[in-house]
Design a protein around this ligand. Sequence first.
Ligand SMILES: NC(=O)C1=CN([C@@H]2O[C@H](COP(=O)(O)OP(=O)(O)OC[C@H]3O[C@@H](n4cnc5c(N)ncnc54)[C@H](OP(=O)(O)O)[C@@H]3O)[C@@H](O)[C@H]2O)[C@@H](O)CC1
Ligand SMILES: Nc1ncnc2c1ncn2[C@@H]1O[C@H](COP(=O)(O)OP(=O)(O)O)[C@@H](O)[C@H]1O
Ligand SMILES: [K+]
Length: 504
Amino acid sequence: MKIFTSKQIHELDTFTIEHEPVSSIDLMERAATALTLAITKRWSQTTPITVFAGPGNNGGDALAVARMLAEKRYSVTVYLFNIKNTLSKDCQTNKTRLQDSKHVKSFMEVRDEFDPPLLTEETLVIDGLFGSGLNKPLGGGFASLVSYINASGSTVVSIDLPSGLMAEDNTYNVNSSIIRADITLTLQMKKLCMYFADCQQFLGDIEVLDINLSEDWIKSTPSPFTVIERNNVVSLIKKRNDFAHKGTMGHALIIAGSYGMAGAAVLATKACLRSGVGKVTAHIPDRNYDIMQISVPEAIVHIDKDEYCFSEPMDTEHYNAVAIGPGIGQRDTTAVTLMSQIRRTSRLMVLDADALNILGYRRAWLQQLPPGLVLTPHPKEFDRLDGSDNNSDYGRFAKAREMAQRLQAYILLKGHYSLLCQPDGSVIFNTTGNSGMATAGSGDVLTGIIVGLMARGYSQAEATVLGMYLHGLAGDIAATDKGCESLIATDIIDALPKAFLSLM
Ligand SMILES: NC(=O)C1=CN([C@@H]2O[C@H](COP(=O)(O)OP(=O)(O)OC[C@H]3O[C@@H](n4cnc5c(N)ncnc54)[C@H](OP(=O)(O)O)[C@@H]3O)[C@@H](O)[C@H]2O)[C@@H](O)CC1
Ligand SMILES: Nc1ncnc2c1ncn2[C@@H]1O[C@H](COP(=O)(O)OP(=O)(O)O)[C@@H](O)[C@H]1O
Ligand SMILES: [K+]
């Protein structure tokens, strides 16, 4: 599924009008019908409704919804904000239609001064001030109105987007000037901002309303941003050859777990073994030897000369893919060894956790990274790599995208919607996974899965897409049994078999 920018959605709108064909006002009527249905499904006629409409088409939608609700005998009070004395054509038409309708309780057009009405906890506010046409943060009277609505305790339904929220970049927005909706009824498709954690406080629950915008345009128009769908993942899965043996199914090397962090190595190694690979070797310091042998009898164990940490680069010729990082610590010896390991490894490689922290604290080394690496930072690790500590989620997304192109790397930025930035500038969002996975070790599991898939024969792009989807799916399956509160990283590994099976 593609994600389009608000500019593209505007083009889609225009294309639909020309090619369906449908008049623009009828398209607005279609949107309003879908919005009204979504509202009447949830609230009965006894709910007092106050509608705030802006001067553009978002306001036009709101006025049409107000008319439809009034005709269904809801008690509707409407404020139309026409400060500049210019309404969009369809907003103007809907203003006339609303005034012609006999059922609306009260309609007021605000030109300058405005005394806000009483809003109580019983009131349902319909927010149709601004949608995808917002072109700067709200200020002045609109900012005050937004603060007033937010402070009212009323339930708020936003049309298309909470007013004040930009469809894409909210880095320089003012939080107090953005509506905090309980529900956002968004038209046709989710906007980019809806995938970012820092915008969730404004969006509430999101329902996407299909208004039949042109399928042809959607199919034929490219977008660098997509959302993984189950069928994409199913089509990636490689069939196992009946005559396979462990020598043909790939050999992964995992360099992980300093003294005191054996668990990271154990989790990554176990997850790797559950990802279809033939063999896994874990390279660990001597002190962790017994722990690894006992915890993962299926693994081959290779011991570092240092008792406590990663200190000698491995010959990787006999492995198909290498993971470095979970729990390796950040000692200077390890940092130097990491770089020398990266330089001498020509295999597919994933860097995670402390490998990324080491690079984050020595950013000059980033220039020495070979192309084709997979990096799996969580937001903090990414900020270290990027050298900043105040990234918005959009900012981090944009910078990760730029870094992936600059380093020719696959950067999997982890989060609720993990996103994979690829060397060609494309970004793929994942939708599996849940808050139960916000628990220590779940990232180590992901690293194990990705290196296992790469060793098994998947490319970096395939392994990261399949890996993040499977990892989240296993988390979702585990959560149905353990619940989110009690979920631990081992549960994700234990659910991997069911996750794989559900895709076969
Ligand atoms: N595409 C679809 O699928 C369909 C979309 N539809 C609907 O159309 C909506 C988009 O409508 P839209 O393009 O008219 O923009 P909208 O959000 O109403 O705002 C524009 C107005 O706001 C003003 N303005 C902007 N920023 C401002 C600020 N900071 N402070 C103050 N004013 C500001 C701006 O004025 P300007 O700056 O241009 O002078 C202009 O007057 C979309 O969200 C959806 O609800 C459906 O009807 C049908 C199908
Ligand atoms: N709320 C959430 N929703 C979906 N996935 C999540 C959520 N919280 C964490 N995860 C997933 O769990 C993993 C956590 O990784 P990370 O932070 O590196 O953990 P650790 O360092 O403890 O191993 C990531 O893959 C992330 O996408
Ligand atoms: K809105």
